[in-house]
Design a protein around this ligand. Structure first.
Ligand SMILES: Cc1cc2nc3c(=O)[nH]c(=O)nc-3n(C[C@H](O)[C@H](O)[C@H](O)COP(=O)(O)OP(=O)(O)OC[C@H]3O[C@@H](n4cnc5c(N)ncnc54)[C@H](O)[C@@H]3O)c2cc1C
Length: 449
């Protein structure tokens, strides 16, 4: 590798790229990373972190309402959007600094510029030619928009984080987790919110009970959730925007957010010319070790369109570093990845949906429980919680745990470890619960449905 400027050149200092850079440098490699925008990538700047802060902001509305049942009187409530945005920006700037320090302290050369691949070992970076024994593509993904008349009036999630004003009326278009989360954020902040999804039910790929349960909980909160509904065109009208739906009906709003999917960021960075094979969606095709069709070019994270989540990108980044510089070919493990939807109420999930489990395991037992959390006996809130376990009958292993309810992400993270260890239903049954919690329901469900 001595003939090259670097042992590894990483394009993109997001979730995956930063981890791959740091681990590779710690293993003794000479590493550079190029970043054309903010350090930390989508998750830190335009994704997980600011979104979760907004979710917290939105949840205060419930908290204030719920407080009354416990004897609190809260007068003069008001919400100031610009305070939230400014405080969020301060935290993101702090995180950008943390990422910078992590890279510099690890001895990684940080180049704040756009990089382009020239050939298997050469890159163009800020007008310079740089060579590397290995190149890692960690460029992430970006929102995609349908081509409909007036789409230029719509926003994507990137823009929400810097809106000058909170709109009074919003239409959210899309049925993935990002659309669901933003609909919940806007609704919680007091914005009149309509969510449209063209399919029969949102959150495709999630367990059907979770999808139906969340839809009914969102509707119970008076969020205008419409399925089999899509926008045909958008026009500017006095006082806002007008969306004409495919059924001819019309809706007016101050803002229309499109969260209808993301595409891998592979265009215009020289990949095709370098011979890197892309799949039909434009993602870099990689093997089990994250190596592309060009042996010296690797790819991780959203740009490979495997499981598009931050912890997965980080894991893939570590694996590539270990493969290249740790002396151990390390395949990322994409099984049993838990995830959350920070909706209101939230979803936490690990393992296959009931339909997918039935297909994979054949004979399964399903345990399901719905209940009203203790807290809501005093708040008067009708919100219910759903918990579900799926057990492979042949081995007694719990193969999936799903939940809709307060703290679902926090709760499922713990159970994900048990599932990773191969816990059986008998072991769940032998576990004594923590009382009174909602989570104890996961170890007290005795009768399959
Ligand atoms: C609104 C939203 C909410 C999300 N919420 C969650 C969540 O709650 N939990 C979760 O796990 N995941 C969440 N995600 C997904 C998560 O953000 C991504 O899966 C993750 O960021 C992918 O990491 P990555 O390293 O592949 O790419 P990124 O983090 O996107 O990093 C790619 C980096 O490459 C840079 N780059 C691109 N091209 C070039 C170039 N040519 N030269 C130099 N630099 C370049 C980009 O500027 C960017 O900084 C969310 C995403 C969005 C959009």
């Amino acid at each position: 590798m001595a003939g090259f400027d670097y042992d590894l050149f990483v394009i993109g200092a997001g979730s995956g790229g930063v981890r791959a850079s740091r681990v590779s440098a710690s293993l003794g490699a000479r590493v550079a990373v190029a970043e054309e925008s903010d350090l930390g990538g989508t998750c830190v700047n335009r994704g997980c972190v600011p979104k979760k802060l907004f979710v917290h902001a939105a949840h205060f509305r419930d908290d204030f309402e719920d407080a009354a049942g416990f004897g609190w009187t809260l007068d003069d409530r008001s919400f100031d959007w610009s305070t939230l945005v400014a405080n969020k920006d301060r935290e993101i700037a702090r995180l950008n600094g943390v990422y910078r320090r992590l890279l510099v302290d690890a001895g990684v050369d940080l180049i704040e510029a756009r990089a382009r691949v020239h050939d298997a070992h050469t890159l163009d970076v800020a007008g310079r030619t740089v060579t590397a024994a290995n190149i890692l593509i960690a460029t992430g993904s970006q929102p995609s928009l349908p081509e409909i008349p007036g789409i230029e009036h719509a926003m994507v999630s990137d823009q929400i984080f810097h809106l000058a004003e909170l709109p009074r009326r919003v239409i959210v278009v899309g049925g993935g987790y990002i659309a669901v989360e933003f609909a919940g954020i806007f609704h919680g902040l007091g914005v009149a919110t309509t969510q449209l999804y063209r399919g029969p039910l949102f959150l495709r790929g999630f367990d059907d009970d979770l999808r139906n349960f969340l839809a009914s909980e969102m509707r119970a909160r008076n969020l205008d959730l419409r399925f089999e509904a899509d926008v045909a065109s958008i026009e500017k009208v006095a006082g806002g925007l007008r969306a004409t739906l495919v059924d001819g009906s019309r809706l007016e709003a101050d803002a229309i957010l499109y969260a209808t999917g993301r595409v891998p960021k592979t265009r215009g960075i020289g990949l095709e010319q370098a011979g890197v094979a892309l799949d039909a969606k434009g993602a870099v095709s990689v093997d089990a070790l994250s190596r592309s069709s060009v042996p010296s070019i690797w790819a991780i994270g959203d740009v490979t369109d495997r499981i598009n989540l931050t912890p997965v990108a980080i894991h893939e980044g570590s694996c590539v570093a270990k493969t290249l510089f740790g002396g151990v070919a390390t395949q990322p493990d994409h099984t049993g990845v838990a995830s959350a939807v920070f909706s209101q109420p939230p979803i936490g999930t690990v393992g296959p949906s009931e339909a997918a489990a039935r297909e994979r395991y054949g004979e399964i037992d399903v345990y399901r429980s719905t209940f009203r959390a203790l807290k809501h006996t005093l708040t008067g809130r009708a919100e219910r919680t759903l918990m579900k376990l799926i057990v492979d009958r042949a081995s007694d292993r719990v193969v999936a745990a799903h939940m809709v309810g307060a703290d679902a992400g926090e709760i499922i993270q713990g159970f994900a470890v048990a599932l990773k260890c191969g816990a059986t239903k008998a072991q769940f049954d032998a576990t004594i619960g923590i009382h009174p919690t909602s989570a104890e329901e996961f170890v007290t469900m005795r009768d399959p449905v």
